[in-house]
Design a protein around this ligand. Structure first.
Ligand SMILES: Nc1ncnc2c1ncn2[C@@H]1O[C@H](COP(=O)(O)OP(=O)(O)OP(=O)(O)O)[C@@H](O)[C@H]1O
Length: 270
């Protein structure tokens, strides 16, 4: 589906026309870990160039949901799913859907920074090398572009050969974001990317997410409701494996339509 958004000027004439495509459409998705029914009839539509936040109390299925989007959840042997996830119109559960191809389009950043025990340069060049790029000049360009994209180039440009563990946690997380950008993804999944970071690093990553949505679609799991309110365009509130409410973030936080959403965002549980 395509949504056309027109930004009207004060006089009422259309000044800008943005066409947004649907990136992911989840239809009646169910997921079980053995007998634990962890996701129940999830319907969600995620648009490109938006930040979509997934919020909800511990154990409600947030991480499970975003790990279905790149089929990472299948690494757990007891997992069974039903329903559909269309990525750019194709069901990723189809037998002939190439999971490798999906993962080159959909990058992921985890809760704890997880750089490889390699140099900063080799971390970022890792994905492109796997995809067969050997030319040093091209790799240099990709590494610089990705580090700039992750707003960390200036901090590490003179330390590219140092081990990625020699920098701070907040810097490591931005290296992990650069590593995700280096494969030129379409979507970036972020599973509580700032929960292990100090406030200043958190702010940097939040600013970065705002910047990145110009070029990528971002789906971010967060426990931090202020963060969801600050940085996302749309928010999905999960509870006990269900989507209680999915709406523009402003509506979720100022005028939720479901009492359970209101109770959660006002801190009555969770
Ligand atoms: N690998 C797994 N094997 C079995 N059950 C799992 C596994 N991972 C998650 N679960 C279960 O699935 C449900 C949803 O868990 P999930 O981690 O998706 O929730 P969450 O909302 O991300 O929680 P949190 O905010 O605490 O990270 C929980 O009941 C959890 O125990």
């Amino acid at each position: 589906m395509t949504t056309i958004i027109t930004n009207k000027s004060v006089s009422g004439t259309t000044s800008d026309l943005t066409v947004k495509e649907t990136v992911y459409e989840t239809k009646q998705l169910n997921l079980w870990y053995g007998r634990n029914h962890a996701l129940k009839n999830i319907d969600l539509e995620i648009m490109e160039n938006e930040v979509t936040a997934i919020i909800g109390p511990s154990g409600c299925g947030k991480s499970t949901y975003i790990k279905t989007l790149n089929r990472m959840v299948e690494l757990v042997t007891s997992v069974k799913t039903s329903g559909e996830i269309l990525y750019r119109g194709r069901n990723i559960f189809d037998q002939d859907y190439g999971v490798e191809e999906l993962r080159t389009r959909v990058g992921m950043v985890f809760q704890k920074p997880n750089p490889f025990p390699k140099s900063i340069y080799d971390n970022v060049a890792y994905g492109p090398r796997i995809h067969g790029i050997k030319n040093k000049k091209i790799l240099d360009e990709i590494v610089e572009k990705s580090l700039r994209g992750a707003a960390i180039w200036e901090e590490v440009k003179d330390r590219l050969n140092e081990n990625a563990y020699s920098i701070s946690g907040g810097q490591q997380q931005r290296i992990c974001i650069a590593r995700a950008l280096a494969i030129e993804p379409d979507v970036i999944l972020m599973d509580e990317p700032t929960s292990a970071l100090d406030p200043i690093s958190t702010l940097k990553v939040e600013e970065l997410v705002q910047e990145l949505k110009k070029d990528y679609s971002i789906i971010i799991v967060t426990h931090n409701m202020q963060q969801a309110a600050r940085i996302s365009d749309k928010t999905a509130f999960f509870l006990n494996g269900e989507v209680v409410e999915f709406d523009h973030t402003d509506n979720i936080f100022s005028n939720p339509s479901d009492k359970r959403t209101e109770d959660y965002i006002s801190g009555r549980f969770g």
